[in-house]
Design a protein around this ligand. Structure first.
Ligand code: F0G
Length: 454
């Protein structure tokens, strides 16, 4: 079996993969990768094997992560594997969204169809497996809501205690409800996500908690499987571009690692451009990449209604930047208005997603309109990753359609200084009608006439 190590992304120092709860290089403090001394792998034979496993009922084969286990070989014993199962998320054509962005076609890979409704489940399958390998009893994370929902579920499935640190009042209710139901100790921190992240890293060693944020390289191994599954579903045709929202930047990091490994191992012969989209008020990577000093993170005090990506000091920024460098990628920003409208358009294709996920379409539209150094061709084969389910944050959706969506303008020192109204450019207002047939018929006819005129 291939041999796994932890390796520092900066100084290259290597450590055994089971050397305890290690989230940073003991030599220089930088981020760690899980790396492998690969056994001889035969891409054709493995591609065939991955296909064959779709006929199996073994949970490891059913999982859209562990089906690809030869490419994630960090455990010693298959009995340690934790799976829900996760993955197997659909790729959906989105003609309406493609037209909106100015593309001739667009595909969404919808990670909201995971068991807890977000892409985090892929990563928890491997992160919680490693917790088991290490014999951890308690797992912890800071979260804007999806990591906590996912970790709470996977911890419960694996018989571990989950402890989640969430910024009080700043996560969507759907996500809060999940960690409560899954039985995690839910600590509502009086501070933002970045503060919660600092605290979890401070406290974890003192109480023996294994941290499952994306600073944990084993979590990224599961998220890497999204790249493998996506290619498997497409008959290994590499898309020209992959578009992802950027928050703590674990997802872009893991996709970069996934595609690069597949390239190095001979599964694919080119890399898709990884394109990261951040909310304008929470764009530390964009600000860093466009600054003069790209070796130091430009931190921000984050603000956005897309609470999932309301992050000012992303832990994985160096790996995300590396993914951009490897793939000739790009990072851009979008406004609150652009996110809200793009979300409504994604809904019109019968797809729908949570606000952070809609940054992908908004970002594509902006890049096509504004151009980049490596211009996006309108006939490109683009896959955008929808990271979370629409039901995670119904409050946002209903407010948009009612014309009642506001962003409180908040800075580090001033809370609710003023409110910005988000325009509902693609509203679908609920219609109040009397409980009688004539009124209902009139409402339907008025609606049909409006649709015909569009
Ligand atoms: N989209 C959704 C729906 C998310 O929940 C997140 C991150 C992102 C995008 C950004 O991904 O952090 O890998 O760059 N949510 C984390 C959480 C931070 O705690 O749930 P990223």
């Amino acid at each position: 079996m291939s041999q796994a190590y932890l390796q520092c992304i900066a100084c290259g120092a290597r450590f055994a993969s089971n050397s305890g709860a290690l989230y940073a290089c003991p030599t220089c403090g930088d981020l760690l990768d899980v790396v492998y001394d690969w056994d001889r792998l035969d891409p054709d034979a493995l591609r065939h094997c991955f296909r064959q496993r779709r006929l199996s009922d073994d949970p490891k084969d059913v999982s859209g992560v562990w089906r690809y286990r030869e490419l994630i070989p960090f455990y010693d014993d298959e009995r340690q594997i934790v799976t829900y199962p996760e993955g197997n998320t659909p790729q959906l054509d989105a003609p309406r969204a493609a037209r909106y962005a100015g593309l001739s076609r667009l595909t969404f890979k919808h990670q909201g169809y995971n068991p807890t409704g977000s892409f985090k489940d892929n990563g928890m399958a491997t992160g919680v497996t490693q917790a088991r390998v290490l014999g951890a009893r308690v797992v912890a994370c800071a979260s804007t809501g999806n990591t906590s929902a996912s970790m709470a579920a996977y911890a419960a499935r694996a018989g571990l205690l989950g402890v989640v640190f969430i910024p009080e009042g700043q996560i969507a209710f759907g996500k809060l409800s999940q960690s409560l139901d899954y039985g995690a100790l839910t600590l509502q921190i009086r501070g933002d996500f970045d503060k919660a992240m600092d605290l979890v890293r401070d406290v974890a060693p003192q109480v023996g908690m294994y941290v499952l944020n994306s600073v944990n390289p084993f979590r990224l191994e599961g998220q890497k499987a999204m790249a493998i599954e996506l290619l498997d579903q497409r008959g290994w045709r590499v898309p020209d571009r992959i578009v992802v929202p950027g928050g703590n930047l674990g997802n872009s990091s893991s996709l970069g690692k996934g595609f690069k490994e597949l390239y190095d191992l001979g599964f694919i012969d080119r890399l898709p451009h990884i394109t990261i989209v951040q909310a304008e008020g929470a764009a530390p990577l964009y600000r860093t990449v466009t600054s003069h000093e790209t070796s130091r993170l430009v931190t921000v005090y984050a603000r956005t209604l897309a609470t999932a990506i309301k992050i000012g000091r992303p832990v994985s920024w160096k790996k995300a930047k590396r993914a951009m460098d490897w793939t000739d990628g790009w990072v851009t920003t979008v406004t609150e208005q652009e996110i809200a409208d793009a979300k409504a358009i994604i809904g019109r294709d019968g797809i729908a997603c949570e606000p952070a996920a809609a940054t992908t379409l908004a970002g594509l539209k902006r890049l096509i309109a504004e151009g980049t150094d490596t211009p996006i061709n309108k006939d490109e084969d683009v896959v955008a990753i929808l990271t979370g389910h629409v039901l995670k944050d119904p409050d946002y959706t209903v407010r948009y359609h009612l014309g009642d969506l506001y962003e409180d303008y908040v800075t580090e020192t001033i809370v609710t200084h003023r409110s910005e109204k988000i325009q509902s450019n693609y509203p679908n207002r609920p219609v109040e009608v009397e409980a009688e047939p004539a009124a209902i018929t009139a409402a339907i006819e008025a609606h049909l006439a409006r649709v015909a005129a569009e």
